[in-house]
Write a protein that binds this ligand. Structure first.
Ligand code: UFG
Length: 333
């Protein structure tokens, strides 16, 4: 059985779907602080629990025969982490330690960890490879960097097997339109642009147009969520078959888009005109983050298949089908 923490969240729910399609048995542990009960398939065991509660996570390992953990449950907003570091250190670091300790107690040795390109900070090279020095510039990035270090130390001391996956900017939705991105509040670029074009927000705010980039706005490497979870599946299979261990991989496309380019693409696909408002730079944002994807291709044999247009099309499809996001369930999520 594969334990997916955060399996009711945006990326976690896409992971669960893919695991089920590949006949893995799955169990979800999620506190529903950001996730949605409605995104969980009915037949999948779901435990509403919090990683900050050691007992709750320990019980899961006592009850189920877990072979590997895919750990998605964490807070992920760069901007928010600057103002609320306590939330990030508690949930991302202490939560991880409880999970690792519960794994140790139950002798579960395999971990796929959701890391981030935020660990690289303001990288010196245009294309970031995995050997680039990790010097995060936001509390969020630091929680991912410290998490990587904790996992490395647990591995050396206790024989934990792991693969760290460093995500670039995840976007889009599954092709069947049943699961997608529904963050409350939403801070990510593509959903915010599409929500605006859908008439749900009166404008799109761009944080900073004085960066040292071609048009002055930040450049990011956007990756389709379907590609991203496929990368996880490859990593999991390699870990379980003992082909790869103690490795880190960038999951990106290797192609950067400025914020203005993304806005233009969204306008073209939705055939609507955006109203842009420029504001100050958002604290914690590096100007340019684009992956060197060679290592993932060579070792995981994985490569992103989808383009920016596919991400926007699939996200737009999801938003049109779910104008108010997921239905609220009895847990209030
Ligand atoms: N941005 C805007 N307006 C918005 C939203 C975002 O201008 O309404 C800008 C941001 O300032 C940033 C860029 O668009 O320059 C991308 O911002 P996102 O919030 O979409 O994504 P981030 O790069 O801040 O962070 C995301 C994830 C992190 C992950 C990171 C990797 O939230 O978990 O991608 O770059 F680490």
């Amino acid at each position: 059985m594969i334990l997916v923490t955060g399996g009711a969240g945006y990326i976690g729910s896409h992971m669960v779907k893919l695991l089920l399609e590949h006949n893995y048995e799955v169990i979800i542990f999620d506190n529903l602080s950001m996730g949605h009960r409605a995104s969980v398939p009915e037949h999948v065991p779901f435990i509403k629990g919090d990683l900050n509660n050691h007992d709750q996570i320990t019980q899961v390992f006592k009850k189920y025969a877990i072979k590997a953990v895919m750990h998605f449950a964490a807070n992920c907003y760069v901007g928010e982490s600057v103002n609320h570091p306590q939330k990030y250190y508690h949930n991302n670091i202490i939560g991880l330690i409880h999970l690792l300790d519960a794994m140790r107690e139950a002798n579960v040795k395999n971990l796929i960890f959701s890391s981030s390109c935020a660990v690289y900070g303001r990288p010196p090279k245009r294309l970031i490879d995995e050997k680039t020095v990790r010097e995060p510039i936001s509390p969020y990035g630091r929680t991912k960097f410290f998490s990587e270090k904790i996992i490395e130390d647990y591995s050396m001391a206790y024989g934990l097997n792991y693969i760290l996956l460093r995500y670039f900017n995840v976007a889009g939705a599954d092709g069947d339109g049943k699961i997608g991105e529904d963050h409350k509040p939403e801070t990510h670029l593509i959903p915010n642009i599409l929500r605006h074009l859908q008439g749900k927000q009166k404008e799109i705010t761009i944080f900073g147009n004085d960066y040292p980039t071609t048009d002055g706005t930040c450049i990011r490497d956007y990756i389709h969520v379907t590609d991203l979870v496929e990368g996880h599946l490859y990593a999991l299979s390699n870990l379980l078959h003992k082909k790869l261990n103690r490795e880190a991989y960038n999951l990106g496309t290797g192609r950067g888009y400025s914020i203005l380019e993304v806005v233009q693409k969204c306008e073209l696909i939705t055939r609507k005109k955006a109203l842009i408002q420029y504001k100050e730079r958002r604290p914690g944002d590096p100007p340019h983050l684009v992956a060197n994807t060679r290592k993932a291709l060579k070792e995981l044999k994985w490569k992103a298949r989808f383009e920016m247009d596919d991400m926007i099309h699939s996200a737009w499809h999801w938003f049109l089908k779910h104008p108010d996001g997921y239905p609220i369930d009895k847990d209030g999520r």
